[in-house]
Design a protein around this ligand. Structure first.
Ligand SMILES: Nc1ncnc2c1ncn2[C@@H]1O[C@H](COP(=O)(O)OP(=O)(O)OP(=O)(O)O)[C@@H](O)[C@H]1O
Ligand SMILES: [Mg+2]
Length: 508
């Protein structure tokens, strides 16, 4: 076979995809593999702007100040993370210098363990940091690995994901951040049967990556890549190995660790009184976040982690539970996506919304009852405004304010808003076409509202139907203002006839 007959890897991928499409429809596709020479353009809209970490020159206090602008109520965590992560990147910069700075052998990386309940900013912090530093970032879920049963290949997939995030730039991927959530779920519970075997298996697989290992870019089941490699080998007689070194990749692991405070409490209680340091005297009722400050490696080992695993996570960060005050501050934060995101949702329908401060406080209180951290804010705001979001685009309403009354009774406030809106529209039209100011008694309005909802019409339509004959009648009578009461709503005809009769009687 001559060389010219050999398809390019791209051609090959297209051919294989065509074959797969015929056989399976669009369900199976071989994605373009990250181009190792950085020549494959990233897919549309995914181009990321990374700076080389070698040009990194951020100081811990600068990173801290940046994070403070976004993240509320986690000052301690921010301080530790900003410092350790800045130092991690600055140290890599030092090591790439060629002015004789010696490379440290056995260098311990500042991999981070984050402990904290759901929705308090763990992922958010790391994402912000990766963005600020300009390195690729991938997020994985530790439970995924134990579920498959096949562990080794999967944790390495995180590193390949990092290459994809870096648009195929291997060097950059080697400075990326890998974030693994739910790491507490791969702790073993002490007995070595069942899922525990694979859990400690996952820990061991992660160990290799966390330290230093070379990850092959080609997965054993990447068909196109395997074929490409085989052809490459045939052509050149060499097997090109494309690998990523994990030495500088920063690992951040996070989890809720809900039973950890009790483990620490037990340890503290078991120490003979005389051996407890003054700082370890904590009342049994001390809050979990207080207790977590006393965390030691041995507690994590008791929790179910291998000591080698704990040893490779030298930085521990505890995040606080968010209370009502914290949640309220998030809502008020101009960088917060909760309120800004909702504003944007409505702006897409040309509706401007305002939030009263007292309403924000009520929202924070409701969110606090959900026990899902800042995520509770999003669900509360969504729940409150859903009907508004559905209904208002059908109207010409262009603004409204979220008040405490709205938070307490969203449906009632929506009805009120719609009533006012349609009422005004009707009054305006009535005045314009008849020159008459029309008003309604409260009772009449209530009846009309009920009728509107019963008939599935809006208030303006119901008023127009009801008062159709009055437009001419009142003009005839020479009125310049008129009040509609509940009797008219019940029986519009009689009153109009009566008024016309009366006026006729007066004139004659
Ligand atoms: N402390 C905070 N300050 C400001 N916003 C926050 C804070 N915590 C969370 N948020 C908001 O809530 C969202 C969800 O938080 P995040 O993803 O960081 O939760 P998490 O701590 O990683 O929870 P989980 O353990 O469930 O993954 C964030 O994207 C952010 O908008
Ligand atoms: Mg998270």
């Amino acid at each position: 076979m001559s060389d010219s007959k050999i398809p390019t890897p791209d051609q090959l991928r297209r051919d294989v995809n065509e074959f797969l499409k015929e056989k399976y429809g669009d369900r199976v596709v071989i994605p373009p593999e990250p181009d190792l020479n950085g020549q494959t353009p990233p897919p549309e809209g995914e181009k990321k702007d990374f700076t080389s970490p070698v040009h990194f020159n951020l100081k811990p206090s600068e990173l801290e100040a940046y994070l403070q602008q976004y993240v509320v109520g986690q000052d301690e965590a921010i301080e530790v993370l900003a410092t350790k992560i800045c130092t991690h990147f600055n140290r890599m910069k030092l090591e790439t210098r060629t002015d004789g700075v010696e490379e440290l052998v056995g260098n311990i990386k500042s991999n981070v363990l984050m402990i904290g309940p759901t929705g308090v900013g763990k992922t958010y912090l790391i994402k912000l940091i990766a963005k600020k530093i300009g390195v690729p970032f991938v997020k994985g879920d530790a439970t995924k690995f134990s579920e498959t049963g096949y562990v080794g290949g999967d944790v390495e997939e995180l590193v390949r994901d990092l290459v994809r995030e870096a648009n195929g730039d291997l060097k950059l991927a080697e400075y990326g951040i890998i974030y693994l959530d739910e790491i507490d779920k791969i702790a073993s519970s002490g007995n070595s049967i069942g899922p525990d075997v694979s859990r400690s298996g996952v820990q061991r697989n992660l160990l290799k990556l966390m330290e230093e290992s070379e990850v092959d870019l080609k997965t054993p089941h990447d068909l196109a890549a395997q074929m490409e490699a085989a052809m490459e080998a045939q052509r050149t007689g060499k097997v090109a190995r494309k690998k990523v070194n994990t030495r500088n990749i920063l690992f951040v692991m996070s989890g809720a660790f809900s039973t950890l405070p009790d483990i620490i409490r037990r340890r503290l209680n078991q120490q003979p009184i005389g051996f407890r340091g003054v700082e370890e005297e904590l009342p049994a009722s001390a809050a979990d976040t207080e207790i977590l400050r006393k965390l030691r490696s041995e507690d994590l080992i008791r929790f179910g982690f291998e000591s080698e695993f704990v040893g490779r996570l030298p930085v521990t960060v505890t995040l606080n539970d968010l209370d009502v005050e914290g949640l309220f501050r998030i809502l008020g934060n101009p960088n917060s996506t909760v309120i800004q995101g909702k504003r944007r949702d409505f702006r897409s329908y040309d509706i401007h919304i305002e939030f009263e401060e007292e309403a924000l406080r009520r929202i924070a209180e409701l969110a606090n009852e959900e026990h899902t951290g800042a995520r509770g804010l999003v669900s509360v705001v969504d729940r409150l405004l859903l009907k508004f979001e559905k209904t208002l685009p059908d109207t010409t309403i262009t603004e409204f304010t979220v008040t405490p009354a709205l938070v307490d009774n969203p449906q009632g406030e929506l009805d009120r808003l719609l009533t006012q809106h349609y009422l005004k529209a009707f009054q305006k039209r009535f005045l314009a076409s008849n020159g008459i100011v029309i008003t309604f008694t409260g009772e009449a309005l209530e009846l009309l509202r009920q009728r509107a909802s019963g008939e599935g019409k809006n208030l303006e339509e119901v008023c127009s139907d009801l008062l159709h004959d009055y437009e001419y009648g009142l003009r005839l009578l020479g009125c310049d203002n008129f009040t509609v009461d509940s009797d008219i709503v019940r029986d519009p005809k009689s009153r109009l006839e009566e008024m016309i009769k009366q006026s006729y009687g007066k004139k004659h």
